[in-house]
Design a binder for this molecule. Structure first.
Ligand SMILES: [Zn+2]
Length: 411
């Protein structure tokens, strides 16, 4: 027999799990009626009524009269998350740009800015300054009472998630850089700072809100200067023992290829990364996003050099994807970053290479699509990561709110 105290603890654990199921459903699917919450959580109608009452009292949700949509019967009120009840600050540091977004519960992007960044401007202090400036700008645009519950950062590198240390970021020249801790000090917001790899976060965003919403086994391939991979298997992100999994850009594909920034030879990113495209199209390899735009303009105008460069990149892209499809058996491959920009020019050759090189059975089951969140997928994924503690256990946030103290105007 359980003692009274144990019964109490057990029922509190159940209540917390049930509140989590409701908040998660509303966060991922938008406003739902109580009947839809019953259907999506498997809880009873009376449990939903009581738990929604707790969330209303905690100022996390409101219940609103529903618009009748021509269906018979009394319209059921809609339960809607208050998007400003909890916000997160998402930051991204890419090789050519930095970005910030304030995202509200429910995934609503309340404010966003992306700025170009000079290459080579990549010491820890320079990047922390850039991100702090963006964070201050974001805070200045938002209501003073709005309180971020956390900060999430997407970075192009291998990240140890447990401590926010960037173990290796060849395209920033970083080895063992304590980005999370240093940024936490500089921002001084009194909330946790989480750091993760941009491709892992892009995968999370496309899986939750983008081109892989209806897929459970997803490979997201993010291209910029380097290539990163994010993997969702059976609905769960795969990170490896320290968070380093998915470094598909450094798959050796061409023994006769170029030296890679990681020190190896003929890695996949030396054939399909931004530098490879620009070099083949006759542009400076450090030309960045502007030069990529010029290649795409050339291709649209029918210039042979640009079209051949894109075809070559598409061929190597298809070769690498064929291997990955054989190993991973994803149902959806999402191409992000640079690949989402060049997709219209490479789609056909990628499909041809997959037909030619992947095993027939996994090949038949996979579709390859461009990222629907475009270049912002990692930024939005950083927001999703930062909401996760709240989604897992909303009770900790249901208590009295302390208004957010305005961020000191540094920088
Ligand atoms: Zn490499």
């Amino acid at each position: 027999m359980l003692g009274r105290e144990e019964v109490g603890q057990r029922s509190e654990t159940v209540r917390r799990a049930n509140l989590s199921a409701i908040v998660r459903a509303l966060h991922l699917r938008g406003p739902l009626s109580r009947s839809e919450l019953v259907a999506s959580t498997g809880l009873t109608r009376s449990a939903i009524r009581s738990l929604v009452g707790d969330l209303v009292a905690g100022e996390f949700v409101v219940e609103e009269a529903a618009v009748r949509l021509g269906t018979p019967g009394r319209p059921s009120p809609q339960v809607r998350l208050l998007d400003q009840s909890a916000v997160v600050l998402a930051l991204e540091i890419a090789v050519d740009s930095a970005a910030v977004a304030v995202v509200g519960l429910g995934g609503h992007v309340l404010w966003k800015r992306r700025v170009e960044r000079p290459r080579g401007h990549s010491s820890l202090e320079e990047i922390v300054d850039d991100l702090t400036t963006l964070a201050v700008a974001a805070r200045a645009r938002r209501p003073a009472g709005e309180r971020p519950i956390g900060v999430g950062v997407a970075v192009a590198g291998l990240v140890n998630r447990a401590n926010g240390v960037v173990a290796f970021a060849p395209n920033l020249g970083w080895v063992n850089v304590p980005l999370g801790a240093r940024l936490g000090e500089a921002l001084d917001l009194g909330v946790p700072v989480s750091v993760d790899n941009e491709a892992d976060l892009g995968a999370l965003a496309e899986f939750r809100r983008g081109a892989a919403r209806d897929a459970n086994d997803v490979l997201y391939v993010h291209a910029e200067v380097g290539i990163g991979g994010g993997l969702i298997v059976d609905g769960l992100p795969v990170s490896g023992s320290a968070g380093f999994a998915g470094e598909i850009g450094h798959m050796p594909v061409n023994p006769a290829g170029l030296t890679c920034r990681c020190g190896s030879i003929g890695c996949w990113e030396t054939e399909v990364g931004e530098g490879a495209l620009l070099a083949r199209a006759g542009y400076p390899i450090e030309g960045g996003s502007v030069a990529v735009g010029a290649v795409l303009a050339d291709a649209t105008a029918g210039r042979a050099e640009a079209l051949l460069a894109l075809e070559d990149v598409g061929r190597w892209l298809g070769i690498g994807l064929a291997g990955l499809v054989n190993i991973l058996n994803p149902s959806r491959v999402v191409l992000g970053g640079l690949f989402s920009r060049i997709y219209p020019f490479v789609a056909a050759v990628v499909e041809t290479e997959l037909d030619r090189r992947a095993l027939a059975a996994p090949r038949r089951l996979v579709s390859v699509v461009p990222a629907s969140l475009g270049v912002d997928a990692p930024l939005f994924g950083a927001a999703e990561m930062t909401f996760e503690p709240l989604l897992s256990d909303p009770v900790a946030w249901l208590g009295p709110r302390t208004p957010f103290v305005q961020l000191a105007t540094a920088g």
